[in-house]
Design a protein around this ligand. Structure first.
Ligand code: GLN
Length: 456
């Protein structure tokens, strides 16, 4: 798919469904290898707004036809770093999903096996990087939407600490969980992308934080001697694919051989993560999505006879089923009489989960887990069973609830040739240790150099 030519005309990618401009592979790869984004193409999940050139759809009919009058802060920063915005990528509508099947624009397939999903919700960005359509991509991660598709597509996916990167210009899903994330083939490339977009943006996003910004590439020393790695026992549960578990345990052994200390730790409240995520996320989403009323953005049904009808008909026609399901769930858990029982309780459990991470991180520097319980599943396999779909995020959601940095790195392939991902989670603001560990592990393997279609 990626071409040697520097032709910048728009191309349609057959495997990802994304519209991506071709780019000069050699020049951009040289720049990237030196830690520069000068002329490096970056594909953008279509939930991040880019002024004028591209419509911003969030993969929803309700935003049709919407063009943003402004650039998201991450886009502005990329442009300042010299990067080229090469196209918009497909996603689950409003980032709600784990398979990129919930898109009003059609499905995206997994470049490793086109009968399978690429993961979601940033499936288009992950597939674009895996198939070579773009060396880098941005996504968003509210409950795992960067790390889970990275694992399914055999690329690196990183979610920084909540507050590290401005959310201005990210179409809001659940504001206390949303964070921009990045994809690349290698940890080093992801560090370069993070460097460009990190930093406070108080004027536009009050939750962005003015923390010192380290040189993330410098953190990639390859040295893990004395590093304390925790294996949380709750992440090795029944139902996890044996090859995935084996890959993570082997990684633990390899880190140990390189001088790290590996211990088992416990995060007992992790088991409530999915349950409380599916209260907090819909609550915030239902409130954020109230703005799509047929008046202010995109779609407005032409034949409504009253203002109320405009609201109702536009939302009925504009939103897909999964989005409607979450709006209903969210409205329910926030309604009088249920607020205390559901929303408030979920927030209390969220605090306990955060405290548990704080405790564990007194004794370890980084946590090692699978990214997903299984490798990529078949298209259509889980579409009729939302609960099974939701369980895909069981290992990724806790980092969002606690606001922690977390990465998925390629960890080999299963018997069917599908990529496996492992996850590393770190302390708040300690992206450096997460990246350092991921890079040290990555450098012992050549999985990142493999592409779909290579002979196995
Ligand atoms: N798959 C999760 C969900 O559907 C996560 C989504 C995300 O991170 N945007 O909510």
């Amino acid at each position: 798919m990626s071409s040697q030519s520097s032709d910048v005309s728009r191309q349609t990618s057959d495997s990802t469904g994304a519209y991506l401009n071709r780019y000069d592979v050699k020049a951009s790869m040289d720049a990237l290898a030196n830690g520069s984004l000068k002329d490096v193409p970056v594909a953008i999940k279509d939930i991040i707004v880019v002024a004028n050139d591209y419509p911003s759809t969030a993969a929803s009919k309700i935003l049709e036809p919407f063009k943003s009058p402004y650039d998201a802060t991450v886009i502005k920063k990329l442009s300042e770093a010299g990067a080229v915005i090469t196209g918009k990528t497909n996603l689950d509508e409003f980032a709600m999903g784990s398979s990129t099947e919930n898109s009003a624009l059609g499905k995206t397939v997994n470049p490793w096996d086109e009968s399978r999903v690429p993961g979601g919700s940033s499936g288009g960005s992950a597939a674009a990087v895996a198939s070579g359509d773009a060396p880098l991509a941005l996504g968003t991660d509210t409950g795992g939407s960067v790390r889970q598709p990275a694992a399914f597509c055999g690329v690196v996916g990183f979610k920084p600490t909540y507050g590290r990167v401005s959310r201005y210009g990210l179409v809001a899903m659940a504001s206390s969980l949303d964070q921009a994330g990045m994809f690349g083939r290698k940890v080093e490339d992801v560090a370069t992308l993070l460097q460009a977009v990190a930093g406070p943006d108080q004027e536009h996003d009050a939750t962005s934080v003015d923390q010192p910004i380290p040189d993330f590439r410098k953190a990639l020393t390859g040295d893990v001697k004395g590093l304390k790695v925790g294996l949380p026992k709750e992440y090795f549960i029944d139902g996890i694919q044996s090859e995935v578990e084996k890959a993570v345990r082997t990684a633990a052994d390899e880190l140990k051989a390189a001088g790290a200390e590996v211990t088992e730790v416990s995060l007992p409240h992790t088991k409530y993560s999915i349950a409380i995520y599916y209260i907090i996320m819909p609550a915030e989403s239902s409130s954020n999505l109230a703005r799509y009323d047929g008046i202010r953005y995109g779609l407005s049904v032409p034949d409504a006879t009253s203002l109320l009808d405009t609201y109702l008909e536009t939302r009925e026609q504009g939103f897909g089923d999964e989005v409607k399901r979450r709006i209903m769930l969210g409205t329910y858990v926030l309604s009088a009489g249920y607020y205390d029982a559901y929303y408030k309780k979920a927030e209390a459990v969220r605090s306990v989960i955060r405290q548990e991470f704080d405790e564990v991180f007194k004794n370890v520097d980084v946590l090692l887990t699978p990214t997903t319980p299984t490798t990529a599943f078949k298209i259509g396999e889980k579409t009729d069973d939302p609960l099974r779909m939701y369980l895909n995020d069981i290992f990724t959601v806790p980092a969002n609830l606690a606001g922690l940095p977390a990465i998925s790195v390629p960890a080999g392939f299963d018997k069917q040739g599908l990529p496996i991902g492992l996850q590393l989670m770190g302390k708040q603001w300690d992206e450096e240790t997460v990246l350092r560990t991921a890079h040290a592990y990555e450098s012992k393997h050549d999985w990142h150099a493999k592409s779909p279609g290579d002979s196995k």
